[in-house]
Ligand binder design. Structure first.
Ligand SMILES: NC(=O)C1=CN([C@@H]2O[C@H](COP(=O)(O)OP(=O)(O)OC[C@H]3O[C@@H](n4cnc5c(N)ncnc54)[C@H](OP(=O)(O)O)[C@@H]3O)[C@@H](O)[C@H]2O)C=CC1
Ligand SMILES: CC(=O)C(=O)O
Ligand SMILES: [Mg+2]
Length: 582
């Protein structure tokens, strides 16, 4: 092929590239040099004008799902404009690309799918059980940015759609979650969007409504059994890691038993973590560290009740137990006894008479003297908790009576209804404020509006205890340090960094988590802590990172992290490489 033929291919690719094409903001000289002239109207506008128009269009949509579709289309046609808009308007756009709207998008995924992405611009990578013989080839088909074949993927978020937020089994509709999480990696931690792969494994669905839906786009069959599930996941992991040896894999929204089994299997040997178990564990530990300062009760005097005993609850419980051991000198048994779990049958005890799932055994109580506590009210009376965490997907489970009981037992009750999306939360911020007379220390999984006290006019802001404050920074730290595995120590360091990321002003406002517009700073702190811990435990392989950590220069380490964060400016820099004479 001649040089001019190669250039022609590049030029055609640029005009079609969602990454490089800046549309109406492309300067005239570039339009001429790259033969883009005439492919958009004559006016050359600024990036700010483009963002202003996009925001106006976004706001003109009448429903959140229309806004989701619009934003997905924008991301799949103009990456720079999408991330520019999202970064400028995080508080407005995050609830659209992430929880709560992503939940609605997953529920309706098969109906909206054709409108999310133009042909040839995949929304993510779909791997079905029937693809087993050709996985390696199919994974390589995922090339949304073909003009940069050397940009190997750095992070994959993988789901099988079996437990999407608190909405259950949504089959291939689960794709919205890896897509949403990876957008947070980019917007929240500056991972290069071209180096991310959202993956949904299609192993069937047990959702009868989906199986009956004529538009459902996944395999129309029940989920495969464990005899096929585990070998298939294994084949996917093997193919991914043989193609991309440095790829970090984030497991997301697998049903709880599979989530624990996959983590147990892959954590010791593979570069991976489970967001629902470890990411949630770390973010709630961070919020709890800050909450106990507000509650004014020594850590050792807390009694922590979990409503829900799945991957998220047990993940958080384990992280809290590690905190009591590491930071408060408790023995493992003492730390374990700080925790009570409630599942759909009531307080989890060893002698309840049913066969407990493996992941519940560690925290199952044996001090119940044969008594059983079948509902939340009786458990609260029995335990007298200082902190109540909801990870049950049972909307409204923290009733007026429950909230009043918590307020009766505690000067400052800690109540975290963490289930997603908002309408699955165990209570709202408003309910918590009203029924505890404003005493509550609160965080929820999905953001709730601020509460204005009708008598005093005082405005209170709720915390958002969502793993989004951990996984982007944890992933970036992992990518930068390059250990072979993500150890428990790295997760713990992420939690501590997140807790410490509050500014003096945020602390004085009684916040548990930093405000959302600071998510990149938080991710930088988390990533720096992960890099430092990786060096300390001797697993980091990035020489520059090792040198910086060993020099004990925190600001240099933070600078190293932030200088590795992708920004929309990189698009402008890259496109000019195609016209070096300009
Ligand atoms: N804020 C955040 O960052 C995160 C929030 N989450 C949210 O946590 C929730 C749970 O996730 P996960 O643990 O993976 O899901 P699971 O479905 O595995 O767990 C749900 C748990 O709730 C229990 N439960 C169900 N109904 C009741 C009831 N009526 N009374 C008491 N307990 C009940 C279940 O009991 P049983 O075991 O008996 O079935 C199970 O233990 C989801 O809504 C998810 O969105 C998850 C990750 C992160
Ligand atoms: C936030 C999240 O990961 C979940 O709800 O599953
Ligand atoms: Mg999740």
């Amino acid at each position: 092929m001649t040089v001019s033929e190669t250039n022609n291919i590049h030029i055609q690719q640029i005009s079609k590239s969602s990454y490089l094409n800046q549309s109406t903001a492309t300067p005239t000289e570039l339009r001429n040099a790259l033969r883009l002239h005439g492919l958009s109207p004559a006016k050359v506008e600024s990036f700010d004008t483009q963002k202003k128009r996009a925001l106006a269009q976004l706001r003109s949509k009448s429903s959140d799902i229309e806004k989701y579709v619009f934003l997905a289309w924008l991301r799949n046609t103009n990456v720079r404009l999408f991330y520019g808009l999202v970064s400028d308007q995080l508080e407005e756009t995050l609830p659209l690309i992430y929880t709560p709207t992503v939940g609605t998008a997953c529920q309706n995924y098969s109906s909206i799918y054709p409108f999310l992405a133009p042909p040839g611009q995949p929304d993510g990578l779909f791997l079905s059980i029937n693809d087993l013989p050709n996985l390696t080839q199919i994974i390589q088909n995922y090339r949304p940015y073909p003009q940069n074949p050397e940009l190997t993927p750095q992070i994959a978020v993988i789901t099988d759609g079996s437990r999407i937020l608190g909405l259950g089994d949504l089959g291939v509709g689960g794709m919205g979650i890896p897509v949403g999480k990876l957008q947070l990696y980019v917007a929240g931690a500056g991972v290069d969007p071209r180096r991310t792969i959202p993956i949904t494994l299609d192993l069937g669905t047990n959702n009868e409504d989906k199986l009956k839906d004529e538009f459902y786009l996944g395999l129309r069959q029940k989920r495969v059994g464990d005899d096929q599930f585990f070998p298939f996941v294994d084949a996917v992991i093997q193919s991914l890691t043989s193609l991309y040896p440095k790829l970090l894999i984030q497991f997301e929204d697998f049903s709880s038993e599979h989530a624990f089994q996959l983590l147990e299997k892959y954590q010791p040997t593979n570069f991976c973590f489970n967001d629902d178990i470890q990411g949630t564990g770390a973010v709630i530990l961070a919020g709890f560290m800050n909450a106990i300062n507000l509650a004014g009760i020594p850590a050792k005097d807390h009694k922590i009740l979990f409503f829900g005993a799945g991957s998220a609850a047990v993940g958080v419980a384990k992280q809290l137990a590690a905190y009591f051991v590491n930071d408060h000198g408790m023995s493992e048994d003492e730390a374990r006894e700080m925790v009570w779990l409630v599942d759909s049958k009531g307080l989890v005890t060893l002698d309840r008479g049913d066969r407990l799932a493996e992941h519940k055994l560690y925290f199952a109580r044996k001090d119940n003297s044969g008594s059983q506590y079948p509902d939340i009210a009786s458990v609260i009376e029995h335990v007298r908790p200082t902190a109540l965490f909801g990870l049950s997907s049972q909307a409204g489970a923290f009733s007026e009576q429950v909230l009043k009981s918590m307020a009766g037992l505690n000067e400052r009750p800690i109540v975290f209804p963490l289930s997603n999306p908002a309408y699955q939360a165990e209570c709202s911020f408003e309910q918590a404020m009203i029924h505890t007379k404003g005493k509550v220390i609160f965080a929820s999984g999905t953001a709730f509006p601020k509460y204005t006290d009708p008598n005093t006019g005082l405005i209170s802001a709720p915390g958002q205890g969502n793993n989004m404050y951990i996984f982007p920074g944890l992933g970036l730290g992992g990518i930068l340090a390059q250990p072979d595995t993500i150890s428990d120590r790295l997760i713990y360091s992420a939690a501590r960094a997140c807790a410490n990321a509050l500014t003096v002003e945020e602390r004085s406002q009684g916040l548990l988590y930093p405000v959302l517009p600071r998510i990149r700073q938080v991710s930088a702190e988390v990533a720096a802590a992960v890099v430092a811990e990786s060096v300390a435990e001797g697993t980091a392989r990035n020489e520059e990172a090792i040198k910086l950590v060993n020099a004990h220069d925190r600001s240099a380490l933070l600078k190293f992290v932030t200088s590795n964060m992708w920004t929309t400016n990189e698009v402008e820099e890259e496109i000019t490489t195609f016209a070096p004479h300009l």
